[in-house]
Design a protein around this ligand. Sequence first.
Ligand code: FAD
Ligand code: NAD
Length: 470
Amino acid sequence: MSNPVNTTLLIIGGGPGGYVAAIRAGQLGIPTVLVEGASLGGTCLNIGCIPSKALIHVAEQFHALQGYAGDSPLGIRAQSPELDLDRSIAWKDAIVRKLTTGIGALLKKHKVTVVQGWAHIVDGKTVDVDPVAKGKAGAPQRIRCEHMLLAMGSEPAALPFMPFGGPVISSTEALSPEKLPKTLAIVGAGYIGLELGTVYRKLGVKVDVVEAQDRILPAYDADLVKPVHAALKSLGVGLHLQTQVLGLSEDGKGLRIQPPKAEERVLPAQQILVAVGRRPRSRGFGLSSLMLDMDGPAVRVDDRCRTSMNGVWAIGDLTGEPMLAHRAMAQGECVAEQIAGHTRHFVPAAIPAVCFTDPEVVTAGLSPQQAAAAGLDAIDGVFPLAANGRAMTLESTDGFVRVVARRDNHLILGWQAVGRGVSEFAAAFGQSIELGARLEDVGHTIHAHPTQGEAIQEAALRALGQALHA
Ligand code: FAD
Ligand code: NAD
């Protein structure tokens, strides 16, 4: 064992939660060590948010060009496009490299010590980092700290009867295909299943999605996902709802499913992408020796991201749902500021969520159903994108923007939208809720014309009974 390193803050995990905490701690002058076993940037930058959005863009461009190879109403005619998958993957990987290198540079700039290796927790103030995992033989490095921040993230959940391996893949493998399968069956019509299912379908793969619930994206309200359902159908994605997955077919070339009220059948599948959620990475690494209070596999934290052990904090996917990068980042910043002595709580008025399907879905705050369930007397206003000029010029008229507000004082409680490009509404939605805006504030703000954002203003006006264009 080499000489122990002493630090004020020790962060385990260099994903969006851990690296943001480290940068903020560095800015605040807190001596900080960040331990990362794989690659800076974590799931999000390496095998999650960024690579998936890069491939969504590749697929969108390819699919749009294919549309021009036929009879396009826009008057554009193109030769039949071809895909060079190796170049697409190299382009995606270059974006990932650029971003992860940038994180390394930011950590250096803020004087954060980065230790490469897997941390094993000895006690609430001590870890040993095993350099062997990096292929370098040597003694473990002991690090002692005043504060320990757990930011170990999550890993794909497996189906016990169909573990990962061979044709059964997780999002990690699906994001770096060497070649495209002819047929892909996807288990789970959630974020990953539908984002990556759309990519593969647009690149020409026959895609079937199997979902246990009675609709796709069951975490969102039914009206919101209808345009996504319709678009997937017209893209030719097979949707098998309320359907149970039984396992691989005997020849290993298909997925056995049990549809509702019908015979068991086999979906042809050269590959099967299992996307049934992610599990906090709370097993191993000595975490259980701390005997922290848990919520199932997630580490339980209070409204300041404190665990049940003094001086041990936890953030991000390790602390459970919603498993979103921007939540992890906000928690990381919050913890660093508290360690610097600031009074901070993690009680956001809303955490926006976006599903990058085509059309996209974005939400922040409460839906009408959630407001009712919370006992709030709420009104809502819906504005269809079919009545928005910019949406027409973008061939993107399927969808709507909806606002939910208190009936008595018009305080905005939530926003939902579905449509092409509406992910960018997340900023306006989040700001209006966090700043305590009322319908009148948004309705009387001048929105630039022609933009899809005008639908935000119109939804607020509609809730007030004053919509101008519908
Ligand atoms: P992670 O990013 O998982 O980082 C944890 C890090 O800790 C990892 O780098 C890991 O190697 C390291 N680590 C773990 N244990 C140890 C140890 N013992 N020692 C050293 N290092 C350790 N979210 C969004 O908001 N928007 C999206 O568009 C989006 N798309 C996604 C697409 C996919 C395909 C996937 C899989 C996820 C997506 N997510 C998205 C979710 C997002 O990636 C996570 O919410 C986010 O990465 C969580 O950040 P984190 O810091 O908590 O953990
Ligand atoms: P998810 O929770 O979004 O969806 C899982 C789906 O699988 C659900 O619809 C569920 O009903 C279904 N399911 C579960 N067990 C099943 C079974 N045995 N058979 C059939 N269906 C089954 O999970 P995910 O898509 O794996 O994504 C994991 C997490 O990653 C998400 O919760 C999200 O936090 C994050 N993520 C976010 C984004 C984004 O923000 N755009 C994108 C990708 C992933």
